[in-house]
Design a binder for this molecule. Structure first.
Ligand code: F0G
Length: 431
């Protein structure tokens, strides 16, 4: 495959291997696939030096916060790379959100600072590059909004047609706006995300369209760079915990896979723990984890965090494998907990969309439960930009979400006033 060596696909379920010559998302047994490479052929020490030498590059594909790590992402010639210089996102002290969660050393990695406003760009740069390598001219995905916004953008910059399946009326406006603006053919299906996911797989198989959901193993490879970049920002000092929201479960699978590779290469020598946080109404992994049952999809998932309103996540098996490796945990949080945590992330001056704030809500809950120590070094991943879902923000602060069972506990209500000095004085003095 266009000069890529030492790389193959391997089934997560049965271990069967495939070369990269043909497009594949599933094994013959139905299991999903990992990109694998023989790590014994890579010198970890030299690799770390190479990555350090690229830090701060100003131009070209290797200035991207994904392609900086290309040896463990997709070792392809630079001419094939479809990039918007994604990544290079900031790692903030959590401020008010740290106080709220009760963690002294709490950092927030803001993936909402990516080109289209979510972490999806890290996976998409790699997926779109794979699409080009396979000579695809059309790409498709089912999405709760962010994947579609990202895919439409990367398709636009690389001259591919993008076809998007979204649940009708259930995606945040900022995301729908992006999909339309970037020229995606947008199909609002009468069903939920899980229905869309099933349909898009059939469509891609029958119409020879390249599938860019996280079932695509190259997407996961790109998303590993979130972990790589955090560690590089921390001078390779490994935190005790990563806390990350879980929907279709690709992102936490990518995080653990990436960390495991660094550990095997000796680039890190400690295994951090990962906490995956789901919304209580969309929690198939949390149920499976807590009840110690087999995997059972959830029929009618629901949550204000529409990004993660998913009942049948495609990557649950990868997620479980990663959690077992790092002694991770899964927890779920209520609608109120998500929106109160979001109010704190927003009031800290950082801001993120509702699903992202599961990280902070979950971190707080795990501290309260005695699972995360207040002295632990914790990194929360904020997955999407605050502007993706302005309705949720304004609804909370105007306290109009009560029919969804959410109170504006930390609401910063707008003041409607007469245009007089007296009225301004009264409003700003808090009367
Ligand atoms: N946070 C945000 C903002 C998301 O958009 C998503 C997923 C997640 C968290 C969960 O990540 O699926 O890898 O577990 N959004 C997908 C989409 C499903 O279509 O945009 P995950």
């Amino acid at each position: 495959m266009k000069g890529i060596v030492n790389t193959w696909l391997e089934c997560v379920h049965c271990g069967k291997q495939y070369d990269l010559e043909q497009v594949r998302y599933n094994c013959e047994c139905g299991g999903i696939l990992d990109v694998k490479r023989d790590l014994s052929k890579i010198d970890g020490k030299k690799l770390k030096q190479l990555w350090e030498s690229r830090w701060g590059m100003k131009r070209g594909p290797l200035s991207s916060g994904v392609w900086r790590y290309k040896e463990l992402i997709l070792d392809v010639a630079e001419e094939y790379i479809v990039t918007r210089q994604e990544g290079n996102t900031r790692l903030y002290p959590a401020g008010k959100a740290a106080e709220y969660a009760g963690i002294r050393n709490f950092l927030l990695k803001h993936e909402g600072e990516n080109p289209t406003g979510s972490f999806k760009d890290r996976g998409m740069t790699c997926g779109a590059t794979a699409a080009k390598i396979y000579d695809a001219t059309s790409v498709a995905c089912a999405s709760t909004g962010n994947t579609s916004a990202s895919m439409a953008s990367y398709a636009a910059i690389s001259g591919m047609k993008s076809i998007i399946f979204i649940p009708e009326g259930k995606i945040a406006y900022g995301k729908l706006a992006q999909a339309l603006a970037f020229g995606g053919i947008t199909l609002q299906i009468k069903g939920n995300f899980d229905d869309g996911m099933e349909l898009v797989q059939e469509v891609c198989a029958k119409l020879n369209i390249y599938l860019l959901n996280s079932i695509n193993p190259f997407r996961i490879e790109g998303q590993k760079a979130i972990g790589y970049e955090i560690l590089q920002q921390l001078d390779w000092e490994v935190p005790d915990w990563f806390v990350i929201p879980g929907g279709n479960l690709g992102n936490n699978s990518a995080l653990s896979k990436g960390l495991q590779e660094l550990y095997e290469l000796g680039i890190i020598s400690k295994i951090p723990r990962i906490a995956v946080i789901q919304a209580e109404g969309s929690n198939p992994l949390a149920r499976m984890w807590k009840n110690k049952t087999g995997y059972v999809p959830l029929k009618n998932p629901d949550t204000i965090a529409t990004a993660i309103k998913i009942g049948n996540p495609v990557s649950w098996e990868k997620a479980m494998r990663g959690l077992e490796w790092c002694n991770g945990v899964v927890e779920d949080v209520t609608e109120q907990e998500i929106m109160d945590a979001k109010a704190m992330v927003d009031a800290a001056g950082i801001g993120a969309e509702p699903a992202s704030c599961c990280s902070v809500a979950g971190a707080k809950k795990l501290v309260d439960m005695g699972i995360i120590s207040p002295d632990a070094k914790v990194v929360g991943i904020l997955t999407g930009n605050i502007l993706k879902d302005p309705d949720a923000v304004v609804g909370y602060h105007k306290d109009t979400l009560r029919d969804m069972g959410i109170k504006g506990v930390y609401a910063n209500k707008p003041h409607v006033i007469e245009p007089t000095l007296e009225a301004v004085k009264a409003a700003i003095s808090g009367k």
